[in-house]
Design a protein around this ligand. Sequence first.
Ligand code: SF4
Length: 214
Amino acid sequence: MYGCPTIVNNVETLSTVPFIIDKGADAFKKWGFENNYGFKLFGISGCVNQPGVYEYPLGVSFGELMEAAGGVKGTLKAAIVGGLSVAVLKAEELKDLTMDYDSCAKHGTALGSGGIMVINEDFSIPELALRTAKFYAHESCGKCVPCREGSHTLVEILKRIVAGSGEAKDIDTILAICSTMRGLTLCPTGEAFSVPIGAMVGKFRNEFEALIRA
Ligand code: SF4
């Protein structure tokens, strides 16, 4: 048996079922659009004025969701739009993003859980990468080497960088660990941290380099 349990139903699935039973599938498909029908629960957290869970039809714009959440606190720098296992998007990539499967894939990320983490200019991406690595190192069941060793190695390297004692080669080492891990782990956990951490380093390399130079 693999280390991760299978979730058969989640709260979002169960919240959709009564509507479909009551109104029928055709009524449900009036919301959203082809391949992206229905509603989604967006859990918005981070740098917004009114964090919370917001239910909207698929295809709602990222900007409209930010308005619903009371607006961004400070200047928007980036967002993770599908939970902590998808690639971060920079502010300029969020401008034309709609919250559906197709638009997220086109932008190089995924709708995932709909957990949206909003990041403003005051927030350090290297620190976020370290927190992400720590979370997944704790989550790793240790059954396969790339996930077990990779997650803990990323924690150690990122700790050094955040503490100001990183070396220039550390950045490429992180990227190499993230890219070689893909497809080599028994369950999706390996990709769940290699994708977001690889994207944080790839898109915000300047922040990591600035800590190493400091
Ligand atoms: S990828 Fe990680 S969590 Fe999944 S089986 Fe391997 S060690 Fe365990």
